[in-house]
Ligand binder design. Structure first.
Ligand SMILES: C[S@@+](CC[C@H](N)C(=O)[O-])C[C@H]1O[C@@H](n2cnc3c(N)ncnc32)[C@H](O)[C@@H]1O
Length: 355
């Protein structure tokens, strides 16, 4: 078995993220490619807007946010910067944001680049005591919880849910992890935890980290364990898939060399469509290797995705057609998000928690 195929779930040691040299990658403008701007960020904003709507807070009061694994503060931008449609999820004047991250470089970089007096950054591990104060939203984005084993995630969520029950105040929790059944890593669907290559380099070295991948039942089990341990009541729950075919590792092919380069192709349709043909984007779904519900969902998604390609096949694409095709494909991605099965690059559970 190769090192990257080891099932590391039994590892007894406490795992910590190693993001040395990564902060600059997260800040680089190239990272905000058309897929991120037109599909990933709108889906993330939708998750956050729904979470806040569940709290039914007054329209003008402050909203306290703890962003777990805040990195270079993407969460603050998702909350307070206008989306592609010009809509702001939470006006900066109402946002009281604390970013928590275990990596000192991330904390220092986020603090240096975020000038808002509404944002502060704290060094710490989510499994330890959380920053003081009652938060309305315990946010996460960019899959920070996937660094943890299932047992560690149960401890981390117990720490979050425990702080909600201790303060006797309802809150909403967004748990963002890697999706178990993304086509990006189809050959590894049988593994729950494996060495995952980050999409950046530090000092010229390729970073590999053990990460845990979730589908809906596995994430629900961990959430239920944390709720049972703390006495917290979860009164609403929603699940979201993000990037079914356009996850970043369909651009690299690192874990599934045969996968069409969907993300690169969709980005090329927007930026430089010369030579791109709709046929290259055809998706053939897996027939085995995942639960029946997942396979059925992917088959349905393939039908809709391939139907979107059909009018554009058999010919060279004009710039206008390429733009229309990219819009159609990214609309398919946005529409598929609510299935919430763990079939995208990232998979999110949103929880309304009552003390
Ligand atoms: C992929 S980055 C995402 C950063 C940011 N949220 C975003 O969306 O770009 C994951 C972040 O989680 C942090 N992290 C990982 N494990 C953590 C833990 N146990 N406690 C706090 N932060 C953690 C890492 O240091 C890293 O900055």
């Amino acid at each position: 078995m190769s090192p990257s195929e080891r099932d590391l779930d039994e590892s007894p040691s406490r795992t910590t993220a190693s993001y040395e040299g990564a902060a600059q990658h997260y800040l680089s403008p190239q990272r905000r490619d058309p897929v991120k701007v037109s599909s990933e960020e709108p889906i993330s904003r939708r998750i956050i807007a729904r979470a806040l709507s569940w709290l039914d807070l007054p329209d003008d009061g402050p909203v306290r946010v703890l962003d777990v694994g805040s990195g270079t503060a993407d969460g603050f931008a998702l909350l307070t910067a206008p989306g592609a449609d010009g809509v702001v999820v939470l006006p900066e004047s109402r946002c009281r944001y604390v970013g928590l991250d275990v990596d000192p470089e991330m904390v220092a970089t986020a603090a240096a680049h975020t000038t808002s007096p509404r944002a502060e950054f704290v060094l710490g591990d989510v499994r330890d005591e959380l920053p003081g104060g009652a938060f309305d939203l315990y946010l996460s984005c960019g899959v920070p919880y996937s660094h943890l084993t299932a047992d560690e995630l149960a401890d981390a969520l117990a720490s979050v849910l425990g702080s909600i029950t201790a303060r006797r105040r309802r809150a909403v929790v967004v748990v963002d992890v890697l999706g178990r059944y993304s086509v990006e890593w189809q050959p590894r669907w049988h593994l729950e935890r494996w060495d995952y290559a980050m999409s950046f380099f530090a000092g010229g070295e390729h970073i590999e980290e053990p990460m845990t991948f979730h589908d809906r039942p596995s994430l629900d089990r961990v959430v239920d364990r944390a709720a049972a341990a703390t006495g917290a009541r979860i009164t609403r729950r929603a699940h979201t898939d993000r990037s079914v075919l356009v996850g970043r590792h369909t651009a690299t092919g690192t874990f599934h060399p045969e996968v069409p380069r969907f993300r690169s192709l969709v980005n090329a349709l927007v930026r430089d469509p010369d030579g791109v043909r709709a046929e290259q984007l055809r998706f053939t779904p897996a027939l085995e290797g995942a639960p029946a519900e997942v396979l059925a969902h992917l088959a349905g998604f393939a039908e809709r995705w391939n139907a979107t390609l059909k009018p554009f096949t058999g010919r060279a694409l004009s710039e206008r057609d390429a733009g229309r095709l990219a819009d159609g494909l990214l609309a398919r991605e946005r529409a598929a998000a609510d299935a919430g099965l763990g079939v995208g690059h990232s998979f999110t559970a949103t929880l309304l928690v009552e003390p």
